[in-house]
Design a protein around this ligand. Structure first.
Ligand code: PEP
Ligand code: MN
Length: 333
């Protein structure tokens, strides 16, 4: 962070400011130029309230030059983080394929889909038990029973399971869940993030509908600050002026996040587009852009799905997407 001092400020006032900065545990590099005096703050400035400093009478401007996210910062950890989930990994050179229905509907449904996606090459099984639906009159998920059914599908296939938590009060139901998903709507539920930070469980953190990449990284920082470094980031489309698709896939988020952070970055082409026939091209795009994986909604009978049928692939369509995605990855090696 640098602080630009207003012209004609008394030296005594500048010295006061320097003393205050030092009292915050930082060191200060003072540069007295012809035009301006600039203070360069060195150290962990994340506890400094930038608006408070900007409001001081002697301060012309304040600029942050070291990102507020520390644990998540690539500068603090040059190598990619690889999150281990049982026999699967996310991050580094591997390409994770998480697949399954939007929501768990029945034992037959989740087991049939789990077997099909495993056969097609999925590395993890997804399925919502707690569903954050826009309308309170829509199917809300099977809740605890949904998690039990996911565990049965896991027993059947060996696929680790990924499912969304919506509230802190549900945490103990997630003891046997392999990856806890924090959905777009909860990306800034700070108490939930802090609680997940106190666990060692892998967390799949989805980007909020209108969140910047920096906000996403700060949410990851909440989890990591508590001691849990097992965070997977997910670009799932953001809200823009475009209405032709459910959301707008921000594909630039992939290379940008990979530059800013060492955490794995995956893409959800299903929620990004909302349209099943766009899922294949967006998946290939994600693979080509360097994503560490994708999360795709698959249903054995999309037209009868209780949630998000329009964006769900059939198992056969999914199998074709996996084959072609592997070809894209191979071509780019
Ligand atoms: C989901 O993955 O089931 C989901 C609800 O996604 P999002 O939070 O990205 O809307
Ligand atoms: Mn869905």
């Amino acid at each position: 962070m640098i602080i630009v001092i207003k012209n004609n400020t008394d030296k005594a006032q500048v010295d006061n400011l320097i003393d205050w900065v030092k009292s915050q545990g930082l060191s200060v590099n003072v540069s007295v130029g012809q035009e301006q005096t600039v203070l360069g703050l060195i150290g962990d400035v994340s506890s400094i309230d930038i608006d408070l400093v900007r409001g001081l009478s002697v301060v012309e401007n304040v600029m942050r030059i070291s990102e507020p996210y520390k644990n998540a910062n690539r500068k603090f950890h040059p190598d990619d983080t690889i999150v281990e989930v049982e026999n699967a990994t996310v991050g580094g050179k591997d390409f994770a394929i998480i697949a399954g229905p939007c929501s768990v509907e029945s034992k037959e449904q989740i087991c049939e889909i789990a077997i099909a996606v495993k056969q097609a090459g999925a590395t993890m099984l997804r399925g919502g038990a707690f569903k954050p639906r826009t309308s309170p009159y829509d199917f809300q998920g099977l809740r605890g029973d949904g998690i039990e059914l996911l565990l049965e599908a896991k027993k059947l296939t060996g696929l680790p399971i990924v499912t969304e938590i919506m509230d802190l009060s549900q945490l103990e139901l997630f003891n046997d869940v392999d990856v806890v998903q924090v959905g777009a709507r909860n990306m800034q539920n700070m108490e939930l993030l802090k609680a997940l930070g106190r666990t060692k469980k892998p967390v799949l953190l989805k980007r909020g509908l209108s969140s910047t990449l920096k906000e996403l990284l700060m949410s990851a920082e909440y989890i990591m600050a508590g001691g849990n470094g097992n965070v997977i980031l997910c670009e799932r489309g953001i809200r823009t002026f475009e209405t032709a698709t459910r959301n707008t896939l921000d594909i630039s988020a992939v290379p940008a996040l990979k530059e800013f952070t060492h955490l794995p970055v995956i893409v959800d082409p299903s929620h990004a587009s909302g349209i099943a026939r766009y899922v294949a091209p967006l998946t290939y795009t994600a693979a080509a852009a360097g994503a560490h994986g994708v999360m795709i909604e698959v249903h054995n009978n999309p037209s009868a799905a209780l949630c998000d049928g329009a964006q769900s692939l059939t198992p056969d369509e999914f199998a074709e997407v996996v084959t072609k995605t592997n070809a894209v990855l191979e071509a780019l090696k």
